[in-house]
Design a protein around this ligand. Structure first.
Ligand code: ADP
Ligand code: ADP
Ligand code: MG
Length: 653
């Protein structure tokens, strides 16, 4: 076994790999960029080597720097995590030349499977069911139309070198196919430096179901069942689960066996994932194979009890798998929620900043419920603009899907993150959604259930009453604490129990002395549990001047709390007026303006795409909020923009 390994990655996945290595008694080496000098992975490893500037292209993506770090520390093997160098065959060649082991599959598998066109041809030859479509590279728009006509609309146009949901378009007719081909080609050239395009049948209302495989160098190959990743936003996974609520035993077995056949055909060893798209009749079609550890691998670990990273390390060191197919059972149900630093209320724009608070429920395993949180950040960490915005993968495991969902909903309620925006309210809405709970999901779930994006819900009258009780209790406790600290609390002086709570300019009188509610909260806490009758809910509470900001799932309410005598005066408070920026498009975060989609003089409609800003590895489309004429464009395509830069101005028309 290796004595020391290097992890060529950062964030949660670097921490994840370090944990398994530590458990196995293997020493670990982290690499870090300027931005990550004090990152969790840097501190967790036994040693850490600085490999350059924050921009990944100048640090994490440079193979020579990783190899130099191995030589400097005597690391015998490299785990690449996912992303970065994990699927670069040239990196493996360079490692092999230096006699450093790669904790992943062989070069041939990476090369064949790294390309959507080649892998599809290869898979079909190995007897795997593939999406109907042309195996050829599409030469030009006319060729695209011809092939699309043969397949039948709708079709999906994809970049062969694509990944991360990029460079993909659906076309429902010839005009869309012509346009989509041109857009996909230029996007692919920009994003991947490779503009080869393929076209395949677009499967309608499908599910994304993938098979985890594991193989050793002796050719023992097993499948660790499926994960369903149908909850996607713009072809990117948001929530994953294992097993899938859609598969029957026969389909599971067929998918598993085809995946094993594919792995064997390309001489695969290590962990890998074969992704399938499954139609409403449970026909399944190969999408691609990811020749690395997958982001959502924890759900498989939770239902099988196998530590995939440990097995990857053992296989790389030449050990054989300690189990066979019949040992691999499905135990219970696991769900993963990807927690992203993004603002769900503002078109999911990535959010950067310092984590002022990062309270997440502790990992635990009790009463048949397991809570796991794979993260790479702690309170005080900076979420920078350089890397992708995923900050944590919260997982629950329970005997049933329903219990795992309940545990996830509760864990999300128990999370308080401040300093950046995050998607927990959105994840929470998914967990509460009857359609998620029914299991009747597809990759269109988010587009269908949140057609206008995501927004705060307006609190009902009953909810406002409850929030008023909560706010009064919070204020009462806070007052008592102040009196106690100043030594004034005695039998003559108690904190008052009657309060007026002002929500949206309406006053709710509360006397907590007669209210049936119980509050579990101490001053300073950011989570408050309010129990009324048999309802018990956890709220996120943030003190504010004169009151509180109270959040509950997709609700956010600002309240003022005052003594009854004072509340009439509140009506005279001037309302805060925000500066009017509605006639400008303002850059929401630092990034590169990759495309300007309109020009001066254009009339734009509400919702129309105006520009694309690339930041945190994401393409963010900026939209018009209302119909207007573009009067002036201030920024140039390709420019690096600071936050709050005015990109263009409008006038009403
Ligand atoms: P997985 O395939 O492991 O389930 P994803 O498909 O979400 O996970 O991501 C695959 C890889 O693409 C990861 O290495 C991740 O870092 C990268 N990635 C994820 N989202 C994006 C994005 N929006 N743009 C570019 N790369 C991304
Ligand atoms: P990536 O490399 O970006 O992960 P994939 O080929 O795995 O690209 O596709 C990502 C997602 O796009 C899938 O999970 C699925 O939701 C959707 N998708 C891809 N191909 C098809 C198809 N032929 N029909 C319907 N949806 C598809
Ligand atoms: Mg994929």
């Amino acid at each position: 076994m290796f004595k020391k390994i290097l992890i060529a990655n950062r964030g949660e996945i670097a921490c994840r790999v370090i944990k398994s290595a530590q458990k196995m008694g293997i020493k670990t080496v982290a690499v870090y960029s300027d931005a990550d000098a004090r990152a969790m992975h840097t501190e967790m490893a036994d040693e850490a080597v600085h490999i350059g500037p924050s921009v990944a292209a100048q640090s994490y993506l440079i193979a020579d720097k990783i190899i130099a770090a191995c030589k400097q520390t005597g690391a015998e093997a490299v785990h690449p995590g996912y992303g970065f160098l994990s699927e670069k065959a040239s990196f493996m060649q360079a490692l092999a030349k230096e006699g450093i082991a790669f904790i992943g599959p062989g070069e041939k598998a990476i090369k064949v499977m790294g390309d959507k066109i080649e892998s599809k041809i290869f898979a079909a030859e190995a007897g795997v069911s593939t999406v109907p479509g042309s195996p050829d590279v599409i030469e030009d728009a006319d060729h695209a139309l011809k092939i699309a006509g043969e397949i039948g609309y709708p079709v999906m146009i994809k970049a062969s070198a694509g990944g991360g949901g990029k460079g993909m378009r659906v076309a429902w007719d010839e005009a869309e196919a012509r346009e989509g081909f041109a857009r996909a080609k230029s996007e692919a050239a920009n994003a991947f430096g490779d503009d080869r395009i393929l076209i395949e049948k677009f499967i309608v209302n499908p599910r994304h179901i993938e098979i985890q495989i594991l193989a050793d160098k002796a050719g023992n190959t097993v499948y660790l069942h499926e994960r369903e990743c149908s909850i996607q936003r713009r072809n990117q996974k948001v929530v994953e689960e294992a097993p899938s609520s859609f598969l029957d035993a026969a389909t599971r077995k067929a998918m598993g066996e085809q995946s094993v056949a594919l792995a064997k055909a390309c001489g695969y060893h290590s962990a890998g994932t074969v992704e399938f798209i499954v139609d409403v009749d449970r026909n399944f079609y190969f999408l691609e194979m990811n020749t690395r550890l997958q982001v959502e691998h924890p759900v498989t670990e939770l239902i099988t009890g196998v530590d995939l990273v440990e097995q990857m390390i053992r296989v790389a060191a030449g050990e054989n798998l300690p189990f066979t197919q019949k040992d691999l059972k499905i135990n219970g149900w696991a769900i993963e929620s990807r927690i992203y630093a993004e603002d769900p209320f503002k078109e999911f724009l990535p959010s950067i900043g310092r984590l002022r608070r990062f309270n997440m429920p502790s990992e635990k395993s009790e009463g048949g419920i397991t809570l796991r949180n794979d993260t790479g950040v702690t309170e005080g960490s900076d979420i920078s603009m350089y890397y992708d915005p995923m900050i944590s993968k919260l997982c629950t495991h329970a005997p049933t899907r329903e219990a795992a969902t309940d545990a996830m909903a509760e864990a999300l309620d128990q999370s308080y993150i401040d300093g950046i925006q995050h998607n927990i309210p959105f994840l929470s809405s998914i967990m509460q959604h009857p359609r998620w709970r029914s299991g009747n999901i597809s990759t269109n779930f988010i587009a269908e259930e949140f057609p206008d994006g995501f927004d705060y819900r307006i609190a009902t009258a009953d909810e406002k009453k409850t929030i008023a009780i909560l706010a009064s209790l919070l204020t009462y406790r806070e007052k008592r604490r102040q009196l106690a600290i100043s030594g004034q609390l005695d039998e003559h002086l108690e904190a008052p129990t009657d309060w007026h709570v002002v929500i949206d300019r309406e006053t709710y009188p509360v006397d907590i002395a007669t209210s049936p509610a119980t509050l579990e909260w101490s001053p300073g806490d950011r989570l408050a549990k309010l129990i009324i009758g048999d309802t018990s809910n956890i709220y996120q509470v943030t003190p504010q001047p004169g009151g509180w900001k109270i959040s509950f799932r997709d609700l956010m309410v600002q309240v003022f709390v005052c003594r009854p005598a004072l509340s009439p005066l509140l009506a005279h408070m001037p309302e805060k007026v925000e500066a009017d920026t509605s006639n400008m498009l303002i850059c929401p975060m630092p990034g590169v303006l990759t495309s300007l989609l309109v020009k001066e003089g254009d009339i734009v409609q509400a919702g129309q795409s105006l520009a694309i800003l690339e930041a945190m590895k994401m393409e963010n489309v900026l939209h018009a909020v209302k119909k207007a004429i573009v009067t002036k464009i201030h920024a140039e395509q390709g420019a690096q923009l600071a936050v709050d830069t005015v990109i263009m101005e409008f006038e009403a028309c």
